[in-house]
Design a protein. Sequence first.
Length: 439
Amino acid sequence: MMQETPPHWLFAELPSPRLSYIVQTVLGAHWQVVHDMQTFIQAEGVKLNYSAITISTTCWQITPHSLLFEKGIHAQQIVLEEKQGLPVFFGNDDALGFDVLAASFYLLARYEEYLPFTEDAFGRFPVQESLAYRGNFLLLPLIQLWQQQLKERLQQLFPEVVFPPQHFQFIPSFDIDIAYKYHYRGLWHNLSVFFKSLLIGQWEDFIEAANVLAGKQRDPFDVFPQLLATLQEKQLPAQFFFLVALHNKGVDKNINPYVKGMQQLIHRISTLHQTGIHLSVQSHHAHVLNNAEAELDILTRITQKNIQANRFHYLHFQLPQQYEQLLALGITADYSMGYSTVNGFRASYANPFLWYNLLQEKITNLTVYPFCWMDTACIFQQKLSPENAYTQLQQLVHITQQVGGYCTPVWHNHCLSTEKKHLPWLMAFTNFMAQQQLT
């Protein structure tokens, strides 16, 4: 029988939902936050004094920044420094040199995304405005590296200190925006491909389309048998997200979800791996909010499962609006916490965490699963070669292993296609997966 961890104690002068949240997330549920000094003094075991008061008991002290005791959202003065080899902010004169709890909360709650910012072309929070990008620590799960340093310091006073167990997990995920290049795309779409290829002299595309539609060649986007075989061979769990927008509009260009062949693909994959909704960009505009419900309903009916996970198409979301929308839909897991232009840790964290709604000042039951690498960011935004892209992924795997986190890369089937331009990316994916010991 597993022995229960004895309570650890944290003293704070005032109660704070922000403090309770970050203590639970970073330190663990076995930490008890107390506000009575005598209770803290008389308690036995690991103690952390989160106040500016000197207390006559053996404890570690962190002099708090005001952030965790504030209400509302205000611009914060951020001064980045380097201490113990890592970037820090909210500095103080303590042994650790900064308020690790307030700094962790600022990053994890995505405080900066509630402040005024200039949207990118798709209405998103741009990576260039993030502290992690400007401070050059986007590629680090910084909160967990701070967490390790805090644990080492606490162990000097309390060798028995316990932090949440960390177990590395590699969980590949796949966004299925356009399942097939030719199949199930409709007569007019394929005719336009034929005529366009003829008009501009793209003979390879013309021959490819003709061969696929004649049954002489596999659809180049249909790499699903290979993906599924690789996952089975490596015994890896995976997440698949299907775009099932009811109307082709803007960047939402998926195959009609009512087409039988598309439904068969979704159902087959959902019997093997966790399947989530890839909510369309058009689904959360104010005048079409019912589109999200309709998309969720059709995926539920196709899979015959209760859909609990989402990743927003094009990572098109803003806080808190779209996360509140997910909760209203009954979705309890989101996989959108990353950037589509540059790879790295958007929340500076490599583990799942509960979303804290800053406007309502409360912990929600929406679990956020961050990702740190996306193939389209490498191909279309950073213009990396397959070799350099997978070198970066390997580095992210390594740092995630060091902190015992989740590594959840994102791939798209149309970027792993057998098209001539993407074949090197398919080969790089295959080689990467074959060489990894990821379980």
